[in-house]
Design a binder for this molecule. Structure first.
Ligand SMILES: CC(C)(COP(=O)(O)OP(=O)(O)OC[C@H]1O[C@@H](n2cnc3c(N)ncnc32)[C@H](O)[C@@H]1OP(=O)(O)O)[C@@H](O)C(=O)NCCC(=O)NCCS
Length: 151
């Protein structure tokens, strides 16, 4: 059975072990070393902010092991609307397609509702086709598209 609970300091090593998966689906033209450094920075930053009222981190536990994590915070859209923003979501390869990701996203949505927010937003790589299919299955639609070309 999967349970989801708030992140605890003793989850840190397990969460950091899953973090490199955030590099999946980043555009092939980006420097892999810089990507690895950035994803580690995002997650360590999120863990430092955990416990602040405007930041949530949840872990999924399966058979006593951390099978995934999600972080959620508040982000103000350019219209002034305050949205929930899912910064990081990772599921362990062994636990994929067992509902862990969906359960973590439900926890993020509950956190958002409890904070009076009415929309959940996130960003993912255009090349991250599994994640895009996953988010589509949860009812997300594309809102912005960032374009890029070498010059
Ligand atoms: C994307 C990710 C979070 C999905 O987690 P998960 O626990 O496997 O997802 P779930 O089991 O809850 O899947 C729910 C539904 O999403 C869709 N889905 C999930 N993974 C999919 C895939 N690889 N291809 C197509 N559809 C997929 C399916 O509709 C699935 O339902 P089904 O298994 O009954 O067909 C996970 O693959 C992951 O951690 N990837 C690496 C890190 C990453 O890309 N994070 C997101 C970056 S923003």
């Amino acid at each position: 059975m999967i349970t989801v609970r708030p992140y605890l300091p003793e989850d840190r090593a397990a969460v950091l072990a899953l973090t490199p998966r955030l590099a999946e689906g980043v555009a092939t033209w980006r420097d892999p070393g810089a990507v690895s450094t950035a994803v580690l920075g995002w997650v360590t930053g999120s863990l430092e902010r955990t416990g602040n009222d405007d930041h949530g981190t949840f872990v999924a536990v399966h058979d006593g092991h951390v099978a995934g994590f999600v972080t959620v915070t508040v982000r103000t859209h350019f219209t002034g609307a305050r949205d929930a923003y899912v910064g990081e979501l990772v599921v362990s390869p062994e636990a994929e397609r067992t509902g862990v990701g969906s359960t973590l996203m439900s926890a993020a949505e509950s956190w958002a509702r409890a904070h009076g927010l009415h929309r959940v937003t996130l960003e993912t790589g255009a090349a991250n086709l599994p994640a895009r299919a996953f988010y589509r299955s949860l009812g997300f639609t594309e809102e912005d598209v960032r374009l890029s070309k070498p010059i």
